[in-house]
Design a binder for this molecule. Structure first.
Ligand code: NDP
Length: 280
């Protein structure tokens, strides 16, 4: 790993705090080559965590990811997700097998329940634990779980083995700072921040642009630096453009003054009451 700073799972495993998203990849054969190139470039820059899911491109993004990690699996912390409707005990095991085949790998580093669905958490956790014991996954976690969901999970046998919670978090979506983020931090469970640049929608904010300029940085870099300043939080921006991947990697090491963080707080207010967890 290069100088990308790290987050830590409850097990003590280190993982890069800045990784690569893959939503919208693998949907169109004409852009596949560019997508693989972007992911490989990210790996070269030390963004050695890739986040994918069976949902993305209905398996297409896992195939793209498989191509990007070919011959360098050992460098990568590989994350995928199971559809809630596949998350019965046996369903999780079968879905994981299909993901592994598309990714052309023997194991996942982290396997997440994409969101809470119709199957009991007991069932899903039992499936995850069986996968872990057989070596198909190293760890498991959840996504889009609010505090109540996490509390329900902790009631389930082996539920406390949850290694991460992947949720929407960026400057414009700060609701988790009120309760979910401290809840996870107290238990050493890292947050994986998805849509960390709000899918590009926040990049035209005039205050973000003004402050970024003062550091010769771009709005995307400052938006990512905001997520990365949060203890034990991982950002997974997606780009199918190698230049933008490089730009995003430049968020690491950006040192922002206390005054400028306060100016960002004024532009993107932190929560002062409970907000139900938002999803994209
Ligand atoms: P992001 O906030 O990462 O934004 C991605 C969008 O921004 C793309 O359109 C990309 O376009 C563009 N972009 C990327 N970098 C830049 C840049 N430097 N300047 C300008 N535009 C840029 O949104 P995502 O929703 O993709 O979230 C990131 C990842 O999180 C996903 O890819 C997925 O892996 C995960 N995710 C998980 C969810 C869950 O439910 N667990 C839900 C949503 C996302 P281009 O590719 O053309 O550069």
């Amino acid at each position: 790993m290069s100088d990308i700073s790290s987050a830590i799972l409850p097990s003590g495993t280190l993982l890069p705090a800045l990784g690569l998203g893959t939503w919208k990849m693998g949907e169109n054969s004409s852009t596949a080559e560019q997508e693989v190139k972007s992911l490989k470039h990210g790996l070269d820059l030390g963004m050695t965590l890739i986040d994918t899911a069976e949902m993305y491109g209905e398996g297409g993004a896992e195939i793209i990811t498989g191509k990007a990690i070919e011959g360098r699996r050992d460098e990568v912390f590989l994350v995928s997700k199971v559809y809630p409707y596949n998350a019965s005990h046996q369903g999780v095991i079968d879905a994981c097998e299909r993901s592994l085949q598309r990714l052309k790998t023997e194991h996942l580093d982290l396997y997440l329940l994409h969101w809470r669905g119709e199957h009991d958490l007991e069932e899903t956790v039992a499936g995850f634990e069986q996968l872990r014991r057989s070596g198909k996954i190293r760890e498991w976690g959840v996504s889009n779980f609010d505090v109540e969901d996490m509390e329900d999970l902790m009631e389930v046998e082996d539920g406390e083995k949850c290694a991460a919670n992947q949720v929407l978090y960026n400057l414009a979506r700060r609701g988790i700072e009120y309760d979910l983020l401290p809840w996870c931090q107290e238990r050493g469970i890292p947050i994986m921040a998805y849509s960390p640049i709000e899918q590009g929608r926040i990049l035209r904010n005039t205050e973000l642009i003004r402050i970024a300029k003062a550091y010769q940085a771009t709005p995307a870099q400052l938006a990512l630096a905001f997520v990365l300043r949060t203890r034990n939080t991982i950002a997974i921006p997606k780009s199918s453009d190698p230049h933008r991947v490089e730009e995003n990697a430049g968020a690491i090491g950006l040192e922002i003054s206390r005054e400028d963080w306060a100016a960002l707080d004024a532009a993107f207010a932190p929560p002062f009451r409970k907000h139900p967890l938002e999803m994209l």
